[in-house]
Design a protein around this ligand. Structure first.
Ligand SMILES: [Zn+2]
Length: 442
């Protein structure tokens, strides 16, 4: 009767819940896409004698990584404009390029490229903010990864919508379309305090409550954003968002590099989720998010890569390592953000921010089998004294061997199982040629 049961027998299982735990020689039992049991491998063979067994003798199993902030299709702009500050990057490079190139074909090809990179590096769920969220949703469903797509709202027209009203209409249409997809959900996506005015923000708050979805927004990304807001409104952006009733457990505030002690306390009291994007902040010199102080105050802090155009990769293993290292130097404290806590940020904290912690984010009985296997039998990760620290501080994404989403294997021996990798590469190269040829002409 066990034929529908699949067992992953691993050298190490790092469940994340309970905290800071490494189980040696353990097996995860999967049935109907969910985790049915976690037990010592010796007992698994007697308890489930007829199950299919995958032997992962060199691997550490961790929960699938949750990338809590990205703009997936922007992968096609990777390397288009480097070494410039945020507003130059946006005004002179990214926004003009988006106006010229982004259409449904760009979205499909760019999102495929990003999802391939994410799956291959152990990410099983991503939270996206971009145009054509309907295309992102469909692509994610087809490629077998979980996604949250934002109903993006901006004051000015774009390739996606011409007015605030149209952003809402198209967003709500996407929300309705996505309902039939098993792996995709939505969030409200007001772009940032400096690009969305009060009226639309009030509507965002009302709709988020009505639809029971999260609110995904760039907030306090740079010093300039806060200074401009003070000059224009005499308010810091967080103060304005608080007055509009947006600082609550639905809010996923991305970046947050400029925070006073009072603002840290306010976010903790009101249950705001913070999405830390350390590598994007480093690359654009946006500042440092005070992660240790936020965690000490009791705030939920998770991790995102931001887009590959400002990172320049979608590698959550690398993001964990960077987060831990810069938290230590920012806090001037080597004990700040230990490995187990960085792994929580990349898994269960992301699930909490997205309000799906009952379903994903840890390896626990009853949760979905969203699992990443990392091969530690590698020159760069031997010997292994502490498998969890090795995953965070030493492992690279090339060591991700296998990935399951809802119990279905999406990466096997380092290769995508359900996508044409060559086609994805060819499409990306063609976009690159087209965009650079046009840039040379102008
Ligand atoms: Zn972003």
């Amino acid at each position: 009767m066990d034929s529908d049961i699949h067992i992953l027998s691993a050298r190490w299982v790092i469940p994340v819940v309970p905290r800071n735990t490494v189980l040696e020689q353990h097996s995860i039992v999967i049935e109907n896409g969910n985790i049915k049991d976690i037990l010592p491998t010796q007992e698994a063979s007697t308890r489930y004698p007829n199950a299919n067994v995958t032997d992962l003798a060199d691997q550490a199993l961790i929960p699938g990584l949750v990338n809590a902030h990205t703009h997936a299709a922007m992968s096609l702009f990777r390397g288009l404009a480097d070494d410039v500050p945020l507003m130059t990057w946006l005004n002179d490079h990214i926004w003009p390029a988006e106006g010229k190139w982004v259409n449904t074909e760009f979205m499909r090809d760019g999102t495929e490229l990003a999802i391939a990179e994410m799956l291959l590096s152990g990410t099983t769920c991503f939270n996206d903010m971009y145009f054509f969220p309907n295309v992102v949703a469909r692509t994610a469903q087809d490629m077998g990864i979980r996604a949250f797509v934002s109903m993006i709202v901006i004051d000015f027209p774009s390739v996606w919508a011409g007015s605030a009203d149209e952003y809402f209409t198209k967003g709500l249409d996407t929300h309705d379309e996505v309902r039939s997809l098993s792996r995709v959900n939505t969030a409200m996506g007001p772009h940032a305090p400096y690009t969305v005015s009060d009226g639309p923000l009030e509507r965002v708050r009302t709709l988020a409550d009505e639809l029971n979805v999260q609110i995904h927004m760039h907030v306090h990304e740079t010093h300039q954003e806060v200074a401009d807001s003070l000059a224009q409104t005499q308010q810091r952006p967080l103060e304005r968002l608080n007055q509009l009733g947006l600082l609550n457990p639905r809010m996923m505030a991305v970046h947050m590099t400029q925070l006073t002690d009072e603002e840290i306390q306010l976010c903790a009291q009101q249950g705001v989720n913070i999405v830390h994007c350390p590598e994007s902040n480093l690359k654009l010199a946006s500042g440092h998010c005070p992660v240790s102080a936020l965690l000490d105050a009791g705030t939920n802090v998770c991790l995102g890569t931001d887009s590959a155009a400002s990172n320049n990769d979608l590698d959550m293993l690398g993001e964990m390592q960077t987060a831990s290292l810069i938290a230590k130097t920012t806090a001037n404290d080597a004990t700040a953000l230990p490995a187990w806590q960085a792994l929580e940020m990349a898994t269960i904290n992301g699930a909490k921010a997205l309000n799906v912690q009952h379903e994903i984010g840890s390896l626990e009985i009853g949760k979905s089998a969203d699992i990443t296997a990392i091969n530690l039998n590698h020159i760069s990760t031997q010997p292994v004294y502490d498998a969890l620290a090795q995953v965070v501080y030493s492992a690279s994404r090339q060591q991700v061997s296998d990935v399951w989403v809802q119990g279905k294997q999406r990466v096997k021996n380092g290769e995508l199982t359900g996508a044409d990798t060559q086609k994805i590469l060819n499409n990306a190269a063609q976009w690159g040629e087209r965009i650079s040829a046009a840039n040379q002409e102008s």
